[in-house]
Design a protein. Structure first.
Lengths: 265, 271
């Protein structure tokens, strides 16, 4: 069983306080600015492209179960489906996990209903393919080829099949937008997709798309948390690089800087 | 929950399965009926409280110091039980997934849409794998069942998976061709780095720079050492930088979910 050590607990606690503080200050009406994320701004363009070409879009919510990354992917799915419903464009959602399949079906149905076109929702477009990684990959490859997808969205957790999906999308001429927290797959997406959302940009997607104060606050809190981490790293580098100090009196606490670096180990 | 009191140890397996399903339906039914019965304005606070309490169990369990011998604290058994409960939810969802497969392939087959033979292949494969799976499970001593299962699972499913996996090699070539085209300063730098790393991983790379002394400062110019340096220093630093961002993003999202602060999409407000 994994349990937190004191340093982990302290750091996670500090980061959580920072993030929550920024969330609540944003809820109180503080104006916040977030920079442009090209990959997320291009979503509407991708839907528009599919609409103009009269071809469907494919949205792959990764190969994970109902984890945080998948929830974020589903959040983006709702946004994409809302635009697709507005433009009367078909969207196909292949899933690998039966729980994700049920949630994706509900989300898509809700999005069509919210746009006033519930009759456009086709339950056959939300598909549970297989829980096997490569059977799922071959299923998605088949859909991309058969349907000649105009746009391909890949958001969520991916593994070895990432390149198979992205390269197939490229071969069928789909405009591709990808985002994943799976660090090893990021280079493949950067190579094969038109836009790739990397690192914490992936978890910033819901904030960026909805512009909700709570989420924007969380985003700014994340930046503060990153600044804190950078400070800890810099302080660590400084202390381990410094020669031993032999200070006396009020400054003697500086002699033990190296100790707190060890404490974090 | 009630199953362990009503069903005695040693009872047939199917009775336990029925008991667990009964438990789930009973508690799920009570929860559903309760949510329907209470006024709409109380539903959200109820779900928010339930989410908070469930999250609290997991976080307190993680932060509470564990017994060094057992690596467990007073909440660990409860966390394990909750993990088992989610498996039951997954089992039900699997049924829905199977229903989706049958509905999709069944309607294509009945209407004889183009490619209907693929839908027929699905039903044949589904029935064969399920039949042989049950046969092998309930007749563990049968050699014929074990052989049939191995033939289907390892001989076909495993081989098909491996075939699909092996196609990655071809996709890498086409992706690498596009990635390594010299279009900008960054692409040139990446090509150079990739060239060194690739050469450093193969014997011919080591051979090419074998003339450089293996000691002293000059050893850093040997291709295998350059390759190792690129992978373990700049590459690793960039990867860890991305990791920090991802983990902080995940922490922020986890906090929003736990405290029901998440907005947009399926969490309260329409986009």
């Amino acid at each position: 069983m994994d349990h937190a050590t004191w340093p982990t607990g302290t750091l996670v606690g500090l980061l959580s306080i920072l993030i929550l503080y920024k969330i609540f200050s944003a809820r109180m009406g503080k104006e916040l600015f977030i920079r442009k994320i090209p990959g997320l701004s291009a979503i509407e363009e991708a839907v528009g492209r599919a609409t103009e070409m009269g071809r469907p879009m494919v949205f792959v919510p990764g190969i994970g179960g109902l984890s945080l990354a998948t929830l974020q992917a589903l959040s983006i799915l709702k946004y994409v489906t809302s635009i697709a419903a507005k433009y009367r464009t078909r969207i196909i959602v292949p899933t690998i996990d039966s729980v994700v399949y049920t949630v994706a079906e509900e989300i898509t149905k809700d999005a069509y209903t919210a746009q006033g076109v519930p009759e456009q929702f086709n339950p056959d477009d939300i598909r549970y393919l297989s829980d096997d990684q490569f059977a799922f990959a071959s299923g998605v490859v088949g859909i991309l080829n058969r349907e000649k997808a105009a746009s391909n969205f890949m958001f969520g957790l991916f593994a070895a099949e990432a390149l198979i999906l992205a390269e197939t999308g490229h071969q069928v001429g789909a405009m591709q937008i990808a985002g994943t927290p799976s660090i090893l797959q990021i280079p493949f997406f950067i190579t094969a997709a038109d836009y790739t959302i990397i690192g914490d940009e992936f978890y910033a997607a819901s904030a960026y798309l909805s512009r909700e104060p709570t989420l924007l606050g969380s985003l700014v809190g994340q930046d503060y948390a990153k600044a804190l981490i950078i400070l800890v790293i810099l302080a660590g580098i400084l202390t381990v690089s410094m020669p031993p100090l032999h200070l006396h009196g009020a400054l003697s606490f500086l002699n033990h800087f190296a100790d707190w670096v060890n404490w974090f180990k | 929950m009630f199953t362990r009191y009503l069903i005695k140890p040693g009872a047939p397996q199917w009775l336990w399965v029925l008991g667990v399903i009964g438990d789930f339906l009973l508690f799920g039914g009570i929860l559903f009926a309760f949510l329907q019965a209470i006024p709409a304005r109380f539903r959200r606070p109820f779900i928010v409280t339930l989410t908070f309490l469930a999250g609290l169990i997991y976080s307190v369990e993680f932060f509470w110091p564990a017994d060094p011998k057992t690596q467990m604290n007073f909440l660990t058994p409860l966390r394990l039980k909750l993990g088992e409960a989610t498996k039951v939810v997954y089992a039900f969802a699997l049924g829905l997934g199977t229903y989706n497969l049958i509905r999709f392939h069944g309607s294509n087959l009945i209407r004889k849409r183009p490619g209907w033979h693929n839908n027929l292949a699905f039903f044949i494969s589904f029935a064969a794998m399920m039949g042989v799976g049950f046969w092998a499970y309930y007749a563990p001593s049968s050699k014929a069942a074990a052989n049939a299962y191995n033939m289907l699972f390892e001989g076909i499913v495993g081989a098909l998976g491996a075939t699909m996996f092996s196609t990655i090699g071809f996709y890498i070539v086409s992706a690498a061709y596009r990635a390594f085209r010299i279009r900008s300063g960054e692409a040139t730098l990446m090509l150079l780095a990739a060239f060194i790393v690739m050469l450093g991983q193969v014997p011919v790379g080591a051979y090419l720079t074998s003339g450089i002394p293996s000691g002293g400062v000059l050893r850093n110019l040997r291709l295998e050492n350059l390759s190792y340096w690129i992978l373990s220093q700049p590459n690793m630093a960039a990867q860890r930088g991305i990791w920090f961002g991802i983990e902080i993003g995940a922490l922020a999202m986890a906090l929003r979910q736990w405290l029901s602060l998440e907005r947009g999409s399926f969490f309260e407000r329409e986009l």
